[in-house]
Write a protein of this length. Structure first.
Length: 656
């Protein structure tokens, strides 16, 4: 029997919905405020969100479910990695293979890592070979804020936005010069240092500037757990070094006319446990070097009183080098390379029609990849090197309409992406919201999305399948929201159906397929669930929290999707008094299965974190963070250790 959507809690669905109603009403009324324990960090209650509509929009007018991570929360992260920071947010779970330099994945509401689009200052940061973002190479220390938008956003951004979009914004200069710097040291021999300067000139021709740089060094720890099924011999420490820089420069040469450029460059050199491909035993440590660059040149122009134009040319480079030394058995040494480049040309036009906005978008994206890797499907005493190179072009156009009339909000969008190799893909979305009062709003959303097969899916020798179709999704969700100064609460119910899932299979493979099979459209999934979140400010306290109950099902096998938990969430509280800021947070997740099903089940976990900041004087402060306080032993990928109890402390100078 096909598995239907159900919510399993001790009290059942009725108890959970009743609890949600009590939670919403308690925040709204302000009664029994001491009983409302929700979680984490002060960020603006009503920030401006850009990602959900491609235009600056107040959060309480955004119809898509979203999360805003502000500069204060990022500053409190200590040696927390970017994926670990995202793990503490509503609707997000993660997977990693150990240290901050190891490969990691981010899952939005039950979808996979390569079903989420990642942008850095509007520039795609995805991996064209395998899909998704290379999270470990994206630095946290030079990020200003992050926006997360849930649900299919392909009608706004094209391919890969099935689960949603995560957009990372680096610092932007405004006002008098601001200089900042920090340095800290912690567990696993981890040191992090960063410095930044930003500001703008005065006058009619305003020049804005921002520049930041950071370095992270870590000796790491043994990432291989005793239950690891991939390797037979335990490994040693796997450390990493990350160097990053970002910058923005723009000039407003006339009112409403701005020309600017921006960039981010990051290099990660991390160690991986050595592996003999033939015997699957550890030999010597391998080195993996990843380099990510995003660059853009843009022109913002107020063409008429009602017409704004944005013309942007952007480029992304994402290169990797894996060095495997010679093993005692005589294999190697090997150097595997992955080189990729994306260029995107965007012209966005925003036309004001009273209180409404019509957007007309035209875009072209070119992709080129080349690689030189080991051929694990080849026979013989040693694996030969193989390589391939491919290109792909995507031409896109979209119409987006935003309506705001009294108590009514609505968004409509339609987009066509014509991709060389398998033709056009059309996606659309519609959302409607209604304000019952100034504070209470309900909304209903529907949207479609698609994920284009990666270059590995299509062309990798012995695995690729040129006959693949794109993954497609249909998502419906409804929400009830309460928002006022100092408090908000959100209840969202969602259902996302995904077809043509790309997985390894022997079905429909080309003749030259290797031993393990090929990429095939052999599965479908349905992810249904409910998320509850809220925040409250009370005198010297800030509270914030979230809980997600979901049922992510592989409909072909009637099993839970791998690495997906059915329940997860966060709780925490923060105290501010005089020169002291201190906080306590908890992150919890239910049981998950990994790639081999029940035999690789990973247990539920709850981890607790503490942080504190003390202002020595106006511009100088001490900070500390203690992650995994009780040294919880848990896994985010089967057979791989996660950080134990770890402490990080430092000093920060921030001109105020």
């Amino acid at each position: 029997m096909k598995q239907q959507f159900s919510i399993h809690t001790r009290g059942g669905l009725r108890t959970l919905l009743c609890s949600a109603a009590i939670f919403l009403s308690s925040i709204a009324s302000g009664q029994n405020q001491s009983q409302v324990l929700v979680a984490l960090t002060p960020s603006p209650m009503d920030p401006v969100i850009v990602t959900a509509t491609r235009t600056p929009t107040k959060a309480n007018d955004v119809l898509a479910d979203n999360v805003y991570i502000g500069p204060e929360e990022i500053a409190q992260a200590g040696q927390t990695s970017l994926v670990e920071l995202l793990q503490k947010q509503k609707g997000i779970t993660i997977s990693s293979y150990g240290t901050g330099g190891s490969n990691a994945s981010v899952f939005l509401r039950g979808t996979t890592n390569n079903q989420t689009l990642v942008l850095i200052d509007g520039v795609r940061a995805d991996d064209s070979f395998s899909g998704g973002a290379n999270w470990s190479v994206i630095p946290l220390t030079i990020i200003d804020h992050i926006e997360v938008v849930f649900g299919p956003q392909s009608s706004l951004y094209g391919a890969d936005a099935i689960g949603g979009v995560i957009q990372i914004f680096t610092k932007r200069g405004e006002g008098p010069p601001i200089v900042g710097a920090s340095i800290g040291y912690g567990t696993y021999g981890t040191s992090i240092s960063e410095a930044s300067v930003s500001g703008s000139t005065q006058g009619a021709q305003k020049i804005r500037y921002a520049l930041a740089a950071s370095q992270t060094l870590s000796m790491g720890f043994n990432t291989i757990a005793p239950n690891n099924k991939d390797y037979l011999v335990p490994g040693g420490r796997t450390g990493y070094v990350q160097d990053s820089a970002t910058g923005k420069l723009s000039q407003e040469w006339s009112r409403g006319q701005e020309l600017g450029l921006q960039f981010l460059q990051s290099r990660l050199n991390n160690q991986l446990p050595g592996l003999d491909p033939q015997e699957f035993t550890f030999q010597q440590t391998q080195n993996q070097i990843s380099q990510l660059g995003t660059y853009s040149l843009y022109s913002k122009n107020q063409m008429t009183d009602i017409w704004k134009s944005l013309l942007q040319i952007s480029a992304q480079t994402n290169n990797g080098l894996n060095h495997s030394p010679q093993t005692p058995d005589g294999y190697g040494p090997y150097d595997s390379t992955l080189n990729q480049r994306q260029n995107t040309y965007t012209w966005q036009n925003d036309i004001s029609l009273g209180t409404d906005i019509l957007q007309v978008l035209a875009e072209r994206r070119t992709q080129a990849v080349s690689s030189n890797q080991l051929d694990y499907n080849a026979a013989g005493p040693a694996y030969p090197m193989l390589g391939f190179s491919q290109t792909r072009n995507t031409n896109s156009s979209a119409l987006i309409y935003q309506m705001k009339r009294d108590a009514n909000l609505a968004n409509f969008s339609i987009r066509n992406d014509s991709i060389s190799g398998y033709g056009p893909q059309t996606t659309g979305a519609a959302a409607y919201g209604y304000f019952f009062t100034k504070e209470w709003r309900a909304n209903l959303n529907y949207g479609t999305g698609f994920r284009a097969p990666t270059f590995n899916d299509l062309y990798y020798p012995g695995y690729g399948n040129p006959a693949l179709m794109p993954e497609k999704s249909k998502n419906t969700e409804a929400g009830l929201h309460f928002e006022q100064a100092g408090a908000n609460a959100h209840l969202v119910v969602f259902s996302n159906s995904i077809s043509n899932l790309i997985q390894v299979s022997q079905f429909g493979c080309p003749v030259n397929t290797g031993y393990f099979g090929c990429a095939s459209n052999v599965a479908s999934a349905k992810i249904t669930g409910l998320s509850l979140s809220g925040a409250k400010e009370l005198t010297n306290f800030n509270f914030k929290g979230s809980f997600t109950q979901q049922n992510p099902v592989n409909e072909g096998t009637n099993s839970t999707l791998i690495k997906q938990a059915k329940q997860y969430g966060n709780l925490a509280a923060e105290y501010l008094y005089a020169k002291v800021t201190a906080g306590l947070g908890a992150t919890f997740s239910g049981r998950r299965n990994d790639y081999q099903g029940e035999s690789t089940g990973m247990g539920a976990y709850t981890i607790y974190n503490l942080y504190a900041n003390y202002d020595l004087e106006k511009d100088l402060s001490l900070f500390a963070r203690w992650n995994n306080v009780f040294n919880k032993d848990y896994q985010l990928s089967y057979g791989y250790n996660t950080p134990g109890s770890n402490f990080f402390a430092g000093i920060r100078y921030a001109m105020k």
